[in-house]
Write a protein that binds this ligand. Structure first.
Ligand SMILES: C[S@@+](CC[C@H](N)C(=O)[O-])C[C@H]1O[C@@H](n2cnc3c(N)ncnc32)[C@H](O)[C@@H]1O
Length: 293
């Protein structure tokens, strides 16, 4: 039984600080990832666990990257759904990597069979999963490799072996201290003609504002805060573009969304953010394309 609908109903009445307090408490629970996912207090629908949403998201990235048939893809941060391995295969990929920092994937075979039905209805090729016994066998059938050790996993992937790297709402979650190393690994892994596309959400993951910028670096980057499920690295737009370039990418900004005005009062921001321009702080979403420079 899921309590998601109830949680979605009440979350709009909880202020940002109440969400932080609740999540910090919940983060002390054993098996907290599953529980936090079940109650979904902070995430918004739809999710990558829905075939149509996962398919459309993958297509959005693929249509922008346009890798050649037979491509090898890498999804950074798949979260709970490993549908992208199946979708990549169905859309002409020869192999895929799905790299996360932990084993968060849902293991229910029926979910993947639902994805198979969805792809079949679209007339796309898909491995036959009707007798699949485990997630492992499903992944093998579409040459997908699920790696769950973050940076170390990336380090194990050969140089220039991937054509298409993408992520959806992930780059803002990479621990700040790891961000540049991860970018350098992605640069090492991508082929010279390869393309990366990333959708980045700069909003706080509390109230879709800038409440995350209220905290000092030492508090925010502490493990206690970072493991509670609302962590974002707070790297701002210009700094992120700069880090992409320093890691060896040519950067093309495809889309930027902005707030009309600051969603959180400037005087409440921590001093390291207070002096940033409105233009910088008002950028809330980014779709970016990276090529090896
Ligand atoms: C908000 S979830 C997004 C999941 C999925 N992309 C989606 O759109 O539903 C962020 C994901 O990024 C992953 N993540 C955070 N840091 C990472 C890292 N250093 N390397 C790979 N994945 C990471 C998290 O574990 C989580 O699965």
């Amino acid at each position: 039984m899921t309590i998601k609908p109830l949680a979605i109903g009440i979350k709009r009445y909880i202020p940002w600080w109440g969400k932080i307090a609740t999540k910090l408490l919940l983060s002390q629970l054993p098996n907290r990832e599953k529980f936090l996912n079940d109650i979904s207090i902070f995430s918004s629908e739809p999710t990558m666990e829905e075939p149509i949403y996962a398919y459309n998201t993958f297509k959005e990235h693929l249509n922008r990257a346009k890798p050649e048939k037979g491509f090898v893809s890498l999804e950074l941060g798949p979260g709970t759904s490993l549908f992208s391995g199946m979708i990549s295969w169905a859309l002409g990929g020869s192999a895929s990597y799905l790299v996360d920092v932990g084993d968060f994937a849902l293991k229910d075979i029926q979910l993947y069979q639902a994805m198979e039905d969805f792809l079949k209805q679209k007339g796309l090729p898909t491995p036959d999963l009707q007798n699949a016994e485990s997630l492992k066998s499903i992944l093998e059938s579409c040459s997908a490799h699920y790696l769950v050790s973050g940076l170390s996993s990336l380090q194990a992937i050969p140089d220039e072996s991937v054509d298409f790297i993408w992520s959806q709402a992930v780059l803002e979650h990479i621990r700040k201290a790891d961000f540049f190393d991860i970018m350098r690994e992605l640069r090492r892994i991508i082929r010279n003609q390869g393309v990366c596309t990333h959708y980045v959400d700069f909003k706080d993951h509390l109230d879709c504002a800038l409440n995350n910028l209220r905290f000092s670096e030492s508090i925010w980057e502490s493990d206690f805060m970072a493991r509670a499920g609302f962590y974002t690295n707070r790297i701002r737009y210009s700094q992120m573009l700069d880090l992409f370039e320093k890691a060896g990418f040519e950067v093309e900004v495809l889309e930027v969304q902005r707030w009309d005005r600051l969603p959180t009062p400037r005087e409440n921001l921590s001093k390291e953010f207070r002096n940033l321009s409105d233009e910088e702080l008002c950028i809330c979403d980014l779709f970016v394309l990276l090529k090896p420079a």
